[in-house]
Design a binder for this molecule. Sequence first.
Ligand SMILES: NC(=O)c1ccc[n+]([C@@H]2O[C@H](COP(=O)([O-])OP(=O)(O)OC[C@H]3O[C@@H](n4cnc5c(N)ncnc54)[C@H](O)[C@@H]3O)[C@@H](O)[C@H]2O)c1
Length: 327
Amino acid sequence: MNVLITGGAGYIGSVTVELLRQRGERIVVLDNLSNGHREAVNIDLPFYTGNVGNANLIKQIVIDHGIEACVHFAAYAYVGESVTDPAKYFENNLTQTITLLNALRESGVDQFVFSSSCATYGEPIRIPIDETHPQWPVNPYGWSKFMIERVLEAYQTAYDLRSVSLRYFNAAGATTVHGEYHDPETHLIPNVLRAANGELEYVSVFGNDYPTPDGTCIRDYIHVSDLADAHVRSLDHLAGGGMSTEINLGNGSGFSVLDVINTARSITGNQIRSTIEDRRGGDPPQLIADSKRAYEVLGWKPGFPELEVIIRSAWDWKLAHPAGYRE
Ligand SMILES: NC(=O)c1ccc[n+]([C@@H]2O[C@H](COP(=O)([O-])OP(=O)(O)OC[C@H]3O[C@@H](n4cnc5c(N)ncnc54)[C@H](O)[C@@H]3O)[C@@H](O)[C@H]2O)c1
């Protein structure tokens, strides 16, 4: 299958590109390298540096490579920045994605896998969160993902463009080749590991008075290899004629901030200092996925659900790539 991967030089995209490549699919990567790394994509693969909002480029790629499906990772993903600069997020994640979708459908591409997010749910009213849980995002980032989901529903009805929107919970972990390297880094596990190797003096714990057993927020961490596997299965679902759907991707079990820090202490053998800071706005006490639909529709189950395995893989990658993709 000929697949266009947008954002393939980013964290989750690069792992998925590699899995699809190993499966023998013909991959083309498009990334503007705003947050991605050229080094994260195998040099043998066709790579375009550009924006997903460049309709002419998309149409040319579809023609030149006979593209049949698109996996769309490209987006800005800093929740806090989306609050202070919503225009940036709506332009990139919403407007450019609509341009991409129009260029694809006008070129006859009718299969689309979308990186959505648990951020589309907002404050949960029940845990675990299944796909029928009401969606009311609490930040512009979440709204940008929510709105693309609605665009995709309308495009299936009107244009027969079929899609799978994958609502990831917290992506984490690494393969031996690819890992998480963002600048700035806002995610907990990479920052805990930066504190473990001395890059950070301490890791900030935002609030320890939540209604959870240890008072810190609980999140559902999902191994990046499991995410990649779900994308491959989503492409198979669409190629087999499957209809559009939205699917949660999570482990179904939650770990607190202190669980993460303590597990990282035992894996790294390092002290890892932490400080308690004020709660951040819009941080729900718990976010845990119900991922039954992923199994029912895609036959998907997480292969690496243990927190130890997830953190160890991230630590191993960090030790092997101390400067991330900069070396
Ligand atoms: N990391 C998570 O925990 C998580 C959770 C839920 C959803 N998501 C979503 O998954 C996707 C991938 O996340 P990630 O953590 O790998 O992010 P990432 O920043 O590592 O990767 C995104 C990639 O998209 C590229 N990009 C951004 N805007 C672009 C544009 N207009 N045109 C071309 N390329 C562009 C960036 O350069 C980057 O390489 C994003 O859509 C994100 O919103 C991530």
